[in-house]
Design a protein around this ligand. Sequence first.
Ligand code: 5RP
Length: 254
Amino acid sequence: MAIQNEKELAGRAAAELVASGNIVGLGTGSTAYFAVVALGERGKSGLKIIGIPTSDGTAELARAVGIPLSTLDEHPEIDITIDGADEIDPQLRLIKGGGGALLREKIIATASKKMVVVADSTKIVPALGRFPLPVEIIPFARAVLQRKITALGANCSLRTRSGGAAFVTDEGHHILDCSFGKIADPPALAQTLSNMPGVVEHGLFIGIAKVALVGKGSTVAEIRPESSRKRALAKRARPRRARQKQKLRKRRRS
Ligand code: 5RP
């Protein structure tokens, strides 16, 4: 129940960042759900937006709460996307795809001026990898990819539905859930997976999210990547005279 409340706080806080006229990427999952519902409510009080859903399920929810929908063909540039995550590390690198929508989610997030991650506090981790990394694959390549990814040190299993049949994504692919344990170098792993023929996309989102709103008890914490926090702190700490000198030097150079 506490986690549910954190999800709702985060989802609703993110919905407040949306302005009238925005094209909005609508995420998938139990946290993004609250953002979509809140956007539907704001729509009833006059907010005018167009939603681009990241899954068929989210499209259905958005229609039910009265959000007008469109497509990437009509709106290839999105103002803001609000989406959940399975894990968030201090650099705001994510594991996504627990809900099976990672391909459309990544396409929409990378077509957005801003991706806002919404999550409960359990999603914050010191390093990615506790959650099995979803890898969306062409069904034809399953056995080959399972061998190759296992050779990288993961334990891979084909995602199935409750009856045992393979889970099929909205784009008609399968998912391998790959438990790596702690992922030492997420960008390197992302590159290795992307290079494998038959891998359509993987759930590592690196350098995409700029801010996360994370429910913590009864509050929402705003988290930015550690690197950008360090840059901001360093800027604040630099004495005024040094900053003025640097400005002068820049002006002279231009
Ligand atoms: C779906 C996702 C979800 O955003 C992710 O699984 C988090 O879901 P939830 O908010 O339900 O914990 O990536 O593909």
